[in-house]
Design a protein around this ligand. Structure first.
Ligand code: SF4
Ligand code: SF4
Length: 445
């Protein structure tokens, strides 16, 4: 049975084994073996870096399709805040929401509205829980949360115990739909319009119980389906309820702008996030109250499933934030428990060399010894992302030293020299020039 669900998959047919992806994976989850990339599933955090980097489009994200709407009596679209930044300036949020209804959804609920509510909950928590370790880390980006579970488990207590805007939007949308229609909660389907594969994984395999969201449909797919409908007159206008505070969450820095309390740091791009987390792990940045951390460069507008260039989307988002900044704060529950994560986020240490600490220590020492003997070029030709990773693969029995092409070349050279030496030691019967020796034997020249 598959232990973890992953949205990010490999299309074996398209993979050429070029090894481009292995070096960019933040958790060293990819190996190239027998000419094809393999994803180590317990390490993958579905950040989508490999989708961006693969020159052959061999990595893809599995998302739900629009057909899934048919499984429910009543459906609600949950557009991510970044969705508004994908359209030309004349396509207002009201037009976008209206076109979603024309596409087949019965209702819409803006995740930006839930983001406003979550901003309130974060501010409240920061005021009340002053004894929690600083900096607190945002729980909004599921790729960052998984990165911490897998690679920085000691920082789990820094993650603010508040659900993501997507989860809160799903819950609010279902409650609203139940009140409106009188249907049972299970008869209502909530669908997130997602900019990234990590959100798909969050929906399919949430850290607690069941997700309040029933499906995640790629933003690029919905965008394509909406374009035609946007050319037609709007069937019925839908007024957006979110203000600029919530819309701003769609781009890097927007979450902190919405919180506006204490000392705030925003970091985006998975490799920059890793350097900041490493610093926190070393005991640094205690002067920072809150860390907004997003795996994609530029925030959600930089997700692998967005159709628009992130730089263009950033400008559009900025204009929308200004335009809607005068909006009234949304009407949402002011009870903190409504937003609180019910169970602690568990660690998923996938980078250890063995479950048994003693075995792990012995393997670590052996890996260090092997690593010191490897050339240290981190060329990736062995199919592992670095010499260190190859050494760790060897001690775990997943690779052999001969995978290193430099070691292989050296061994071939030795072998060739041995063969030449052997060839010179032909038995006398085969030797061309044989001389009698004193002991009665002979030798070849
Ligand atoms: S980048 Fe990775 S997935 Fe893409 S072709 Fe190269 S090895 Fe295969
Ligand atoms: S999605 Fe991210 S973590 Fe998973 S294999 Fe690709 S780069 Fe690595």
């Amino acid at each position: 049975m598959q232990q973890y669900f992953h949205s990010v998959r490999l299309d074996e047919e398209k993979c050429k084994g070029c090894t481009n992806c292995i070096k960019h994976c933040p958790t060293e989850a990819i190996r190239v073996r027998k000419g094809k990339a393999r994803i180590i599933e317990e390490r993958c955090i579905d950040c989508g870096e490999c989708i961006r980097i693969c020159p052959n489009q061999a990595k893809l994200a599995i998302t739900d399709c629009l057909e899934k709407l048919k499984d429910f009596k009543y459906t609600v679209a949950l557009p991510a805040p970044s969705f508004y930044g994908q359209f030309k300036p004349e396509v207002t949020p009201s037009r976008v929401l209206s076109a979603l209804l024309a596409l087949g959804f019965h209702d819409v609920f803006e995740v930006a509205l839930a983001a406003e509510a979550v901003s309130w909950a974060i501010r409240h928590y920061m005021e009340v829980c002053v004894d929690r370790p600083r900096p607190l880390i945002s729980s909004a980006c599921p790729a960052v949360v998984r990165l911490i579970q897998v690679r920085f488990p000691s920082l789990l207590e820094h993650i603010i115990p508040i659900e993501s805007p997507m989860e809160i939007a799903g819950r609010m949308a279902r409650e609203q739909a139940c009140r409106k229609t009188g249907l049972e909660p299970d008869e209502i389907g909530t669908f997130f319009i997602t900019p990234c594969p990590a959100k798909v994984t969050e929906v399919k395999q949430p850290s607690e119980g069941r997700s309040s969201v029933d499906g995640a449909i790629s933003m690029a797919v919905v965008y394509g389906a909406l374009l035609k409908r946007l050319e037609m007159p709007a069937p019925y206008p839908v007024a957006p309820r979110a203000s600029g505070v919530g819309i701003g969450w769609g781009r890097a820095g927007g979450e902190n702008e919405a919180i506006k309390a204490g000392s705030l740091l925003a970091v985006d791009g998975i490799h920059s996030v890793i350097s900041v987390l490493e610093e926190i792990e070393r005991g640094g940045l205690t002067d920072i109250d809150y860390l907004e951390a997003q795996a994609c460069t530029g925030g959600c507008i930089g997700g692998p499933l967005v159709p628009q260039n992130p730089f263009v989307a950033r400008v559009r988002m900025g204009n929308l934030v200004k335009l809607y900044s005068a909006g009234e704060p949304g009407d949402f529950p002011r009870d903190f428990d409504y937003y609180r994560l019910k169970t602690p986020i568990p660690a998923r240490p996938a980078l250890t060399l063995a479950k048994d600490p003693q075995v792990a220590l012995a393997r670590l020492e052996e890996a260090e010894r092997i690593c010191a003997e490897l050339p240290g070029l981190d060329c990736g030709s062995c199919g592992s992302p670095s010499c260190r990773a190859l050494a760790e693969d060897i001690v775990q029995g997943y690779a052999r030293r001969s995978y290193c092409i430099f070691e292989l070349r050296e061994r071939l050279q030795q072998l060739a020299e041995e063969m030449v030496e052997l060839a010179q030691k032909q038995p006398p019967a085969m030797g061309r020039d044989w001389k009698q020796t004193r002991d009665g034997g002979g030798e070849t020249d």
